[in-house]
Ligand binder design. Structure first.
Ligand SMILES: Nc1ncnc2c1ncn2[C@@H]1O[C@H](COP(=O)(O)OP(=O)(O)OP(=O)(O)O)[C@@H](O)[C@H]1O
Length: 284
């Protein structure tokens, strides 16, 4: 579905270096990383909004440069603001999209507006954050897209709207040959819905892996400073007042047994995405 190989972009003070990742059909990939790590830049390169220097991006098996219109028609793009059209109404926005996307279904868009309780007479600039996010999603879901690319779609949304958005994404990948790439700081959302996690830091990929392997290969371990420092495959450690906590990579059965013997079962747990980010960023 989406295949990126050795992608490089030099922006002067910032470089995106040797990015490679693969998102297969039928899955959701979460793109995570600290502020300024290059997530939006990567999305802009994928969307062809910025040209890359070296590398290769294939979407649906094709290079974006070779058939930009065909590919963009099949991508539902959601970003965090609708600043392009502040003065137009939701109805006008629908007509613009209808003109822009080959397979746009006005009736489907209207269904989403009803579901999301958005009045089409409202001007874009008067929509709340939640309404804007839902409008973008309605747009992305109304033109028979096969790949959704979402940049911070749930930023600033209340928990109920956030859950709804996630539900629509999960519904979307139940469709035929569909995938989702979602960039977010809401790691809890990714704990819920992501199949793959790509972690970028300072323009480089730290890891890009399926979530199940990540959860098999790593543990959060709590113990004394001495207990943890004796463990060979530590990613990084956080020393707290009364105990220390570390992210550990399990590289063999022996290393797991050593960890178990050292701190006991009650002090070992599977990390969540936030913990992955925290401990990996601390190490780098
Ligand atoms: N056109 C540009 N020219 C020069 N530098 C740029 C340009 N666009 C982005 N940058 C820089 O590239 C870096 C990465 O920015 P980017 O927006 O990709 O980060 P991000 O991971 O999406 O961050 P955030 O989580 O804060 O949204 C930043 O240091 C930014 O200042």
């Amino acid at each position: 579905m989406l295949k990126i190989k050795n992608l490089n972009k030099d922006l002067g003070s910032f470089k995106l270096k040797n990015i490679s990742l693969q998102l297969p059909e039928g899955y959701i990939m979460g793109l995570i990383g600290p502020n300024g790590s290059g997530k939006t830049t990567l999305i802009k390169l994928i969307m062809g909004l910025v040209d890359y220097d070296i590398g290769d991006i294939k979407i649906f098996g094709k290079n974006v440069e070779d058939s930009p219109e065909e590919i963009k028609n099949k991508i539902g793009f959601v970003y965090d603001s609708l600043n392009f059209y502040p003065h137009v109404t939701v109805k006008d926005f629908k007509n613009i999209s209808n003109y822009f996307y080959k397979d746009f279904k006005k009736s489907k868009f209207d269904e989403y507006l009803t579901k999301f309780n958005i009045n089409e007479k409202l001007k874009i600039e008067n929509l709340s954050k939640g309404q804007s996010a839902k409008l973008m999603l309605a747009n992305a879901l109304s033109h028979n897209a096969k790949l959704l690319i979402l940049d911070e779609p749930t930023a600033g949304l209340d928990p109920i709207v956030r859950k709804e958005v996630l539900m629509y994404l999960q519904e979307f990948i139940e469709g035929e040959n569909t995938s989702v790439l979602i960039c977010t700081h809401n790691t809890e959302d990714l704990d819920r819905i992501a199949d793959y996690i790509t972690f970028i830091n300072k323009g480089e990929i730290v890891f890009s892996k399926d979530k199940e392997s990540l959860k098999e290969e790593y543990r959060i371990v709590r113990g004394s400073k001495e207990d943890l420092e004796g463990l060979s495959t530590m990613i990084s450690v956080n020393h707290k007042k009364y105990y220390s906590e570390a992210l550990i990579k399990i590289d063999s059965e022996e290393s797991y047994k050593a960890m178990l013997k050292s701190v006991g079962e009650d002090n070992i747990k599977i990390p969540n995405i936030e913990e992955f980010m925290y401990y990996y960023t601390k190490r780098l």
